[in-house]
Design a binder for this molecule. Structure first.
Ligand code: AMP
Length: 415
């Protein structure tokens, strides 16, 4: 028997109410803040991700689903949502529109990771991007949107962590200082961090290894090395977040797994979960568009994992609305009644009344049991006698009351 590939899941009907609930809240928050939907292809040229996410990152080094297609091109299944949006922004001349351009997406994401609770090889992200402006008002807006989304989902006990990791002017100075700090402790670092120290020293700060974490406690802080414009940007942002009453904490160890971030980085986590259970994160990426060959267009964005959100909705016992289904079941006895049932089902659907028609010629008792299981409000019953009289029995499934109704009046009545 075939099984779904490791790290992937089927989203069965009983799970769908959670998915619809999250998607609907995500879409409404985007509408409230004026973000428009974009859908990108599920795969792109490999170079797009290597160039933007960064060749020294876990994603590019270990996690991409990369293959050569039959035409010999190197293709990669989307391992994150921002680079494709930026590629489309340039490709379709969105830089010619009034800036910033505000876009959101719901997309499947592919990463070859070690599957565990809340970590899959195919997962889904909701994300949004504001491209073409470096005003910290936008950073505040993007963070506020994330926070309002989680509030509207009914999630509680979340923390909002914030940091600034500087820009291409001031970051080199900080990285040099970071390397100096770690140089004295190199023997104690985990094997991954020894490599990171050369290739991607920022990532030493959020290594999950216990010894590396201890060492990170007294590490120099990026915010102490910001250039004056970055410092001003960060202090403005903090002021705006205060105005919006967002309960942020500055976390000096917060860096993100992708190379393109500049200045603002932030994450939303369940209070007790730690970094492994992060619900979503984002930040500013002021050089990415330029890196892709466009004119400078500073930008900021956010993405959240839908599976993680749903995991937390369940953990916190948040009730989600059930999805509307047909409220009418048609039961019948005998072949002639069956023909009438089919005509009636069709008439009801044309009148916009959802119907489930009985199949399989079961006893009336069995058919009523099925109607009960489906949870419909009404069952229409047609037998020999009803056929003769041109009337059906309409049964209210909650009260068990029954009445006779002429066939042609049923669509209007049930609607
Ligand atoms: P990232 O692009 O790594 O910042 O991921 C954004 C969000 O997507 C994370 O905060 C998680 O909620 C979610 N996420 C990332 N990787 C996975 C994964 N492998 N499985 C499930 N969710 C993930």
């Amino acid at each position: 028997m075939y099984q779904a590939p490791r790290g992937t899941t089927d989203i069965l009907p009983q799970e769908q109410p959670y998915w619809r609930f999250v998607e609907q809240k995500a879409v409404s928050v985007c509408q409230l803040y004026g973000y428009e939907r974009i859908d990108n292809p599920a795969f792109e040229d490999t170079g797009l991700f290597v160039r933007t996410v960064g060749s020294g990152t876990d994603i590019v080094e270990k996690e991409m689903y990369t293959f050569e297609d039959k035409g010999g091109d190197s293709i990669t299944l989307r391992p994150e949502g921002t680079a494709p949006v930026c590629r489309a922004y340039l490709e379709h001349g969105l830089h010619n529109l009034p800036q910033p351009v505000k876009l959101y997406y719901l997309a499947s994401i592919f990463r070859y990771e070690r599957p565990q609770a809340g970590r899959y090889r195919q997962h889904h992200q909701f994300g949004y991007e504001a491209i073409g402006d470096d005003d910290p008002v936008l950073d505040a807006e993007v963070i506020d949107m994330a926070w309002q989304l989680f509030l509207s989902l009914g999630l509680k006990r979340l923390s909002l962590n914030l940091n600034s990791i500087g820009c291409k002017e001031c970051r080199p100075g900080y990285l040099a200082r970071l390397k100096e700090y770690y140089a004295d402790h190199i023997g104690e670092l985990c094997p991954d961090c020894k490599v990171r120290l050369e290739r991607n020293p920022l990532r030493l700060l959020d290594c999950k290894n216990r010894v590396c974490q201890q060492m990170a406690e007294s590490v120099p802080k990026s915010i102490d090395y910001l250039c004056p414009p970055c410092e001003e940007h960060f202090s403005q942002l903090k002021k705006y977040l205060g105005l919006l009453s967002l309960p942020f904490v500055v976390d000096h160890l917060l860096v993100r797994g992708l190379d393109y971030y500049t200045r603002t980085v932030f994450e939303v986590q369940p209070e007790k979960g730690g970094a492994q259970s992060t619900l979503g994160g984002g930040g500013r990426y002021d050089d990415l568009i330029e890196e892709l060959g466009g004119k400078p267009a500073p930008a900021v964005g956010f993405a959240a994992g839908i599976e993680r959100i749903i995991l937390n909705l369940k953990k916190q016992g948040v009730a989600v609305p059930t999805l509307p289904g047909p409220q009418v079941f048609i039961a019948y006895l005998g072949e002639a009644a069956g023909d009438e049932a089919m005509k009636l089902a069709s008439a009801l659907r044309r009148a916009d009344v959802g119907v489930i028609e009985s199949t399989g010629g079961r006893s009336l008792k069995a058919q009523l049991r099925q109607a009960d299981n489906l949870g419909v409000r009404h069952t229409v019953i047609i037998g020999e006698q009803e056929l003769q009289a041109g009337m059906a029995v309409l049964r209210d499934m909650t009260t068990s009351e029954q009445k006779d109704v002429p066939f042609d009046q049923l669509p209007k009545l049930l609607r």
